[in-house]
Design a protein around this ligand. Structure first.
Ligand SMILES: [Zn+2]
Length: 273
């Protein structure tokens, strides 16, 4: 069987075995969702895996959020060239089309403040980008919630129940402190990445995680070392009250990339307004 046929067979298989959308309660899951999306990978060359049945609303409605996440995963403070430069331009065009408010929140490139950045003892001209506007947060929150539900479905083997809780926190440009990063890793002993034959996602996408294999997952996901998503997702009755209590204290202005949400991507419609 040719590669193309193998792929379409597995697509059909995924759609056939799914009872509902990986993100919401819709039983009309007729599209395939790749998480993370192909645009996150060099030349869109994405190892297979992490493909889910998804409804139209969730798949189409979160394209802008995928584009925003791709942009921040690829962009680095020091100007980049080669494949990353080209792909950043494409991600920028997608954001302009699908999430235009995000671009207006970023300091427009022409007006952004040039800074000198010390890397390995050398000073580089760099561009300071601010990413703290409400549209940027809304899109990255949707992307992070999708990532949490996709991670849950991958390791627990089913979509999250609709009464579950999801905590996510995202960090840009290595914005998570080294100490916090290593402290998080100590409670997440398992490591994974996408693998297809000899091809692996490596630095482009990898995660550390821990799960009870039944109703709880915690994870720390890195995209190109630039965008990091921390997640806690559970629909277990025994965990929810304690988690809810604990996670409520972890959201707020002191953690700007944080959110506490639920399955179903309730904010998708808000993104269009
Ligand atoms: Zn859906």
């Amino acid at each position: 069987m040719g590669e193309a046929n193998r792929r379409s067979a597995s697509r059909a298989e995924i759609l056939k075995s799914a009872k509902r959308c990986v993100y919401c309660s819709s039983t009309s899951a007729t599209t395939i969702e790749h998480m993370p999306p192909r645009g996150m990978f060099e030349g869109k060359d994405r190892p297979s895996g992490w493909e889910f049945a998804c409804c139209d609303r969730c798949n189409e409605g979160s394209r802008g959020s995928d584009a925003v996440a791709q942009l921040f995963a690829l962009i680095e403070p020091i100007s980049v060239s080669g494949w990353k430069g080209d792909q950043i331009s494409r991600a920028m065009a997608a954001v302009r089309k699908q999430a235009p408010k995000v671009l207006s929140e970023l300091s427009p490139l022409g007006k952004s403040r040039p800074v000198l950045l010390n890397r390995k003892g050398l000073l580089h001209e760099a561009v300071e980008l601010k990413a703290d506007g409400p549209a940027t947060k809304a899109h990255l929150d949707v992307f992070a919630a999708k990532m949490a539900m996709a991670t849950f479905a991958t390791y627990i083997g089913r979509p999250m129940n609709m009464d579950g809780i999801i905590y996510t926190q995202w960090f840009l440009n290595r914005g998570m402190g080294q100490d916090a990063y290593h402290a998080s890793l100590s409670i997440m002993p398992s490591f994974d990445e996408l693998r297809q034959g000899r091809k692996t996602s490596g630095k482009q996408f990898h995660l550390h995680y821990n799960t009870d294999l039944s109703s709880l997952i915690v994870g720390l996901i890195s995209f190109h070392g630039c965008l990091t998503v921390m997640l806690v997702a559970s629909d277990g009755d025994e965990f929810r009250p304690t988690l809810d209590n604990m996670l409520q204290r972890m959201i707020g202005p002191h953690r700007p990339g944080s959110q506490l949400t639920e399955p179903g991507l309730p904010n998708l419609e808000f993104l269009r307004s």
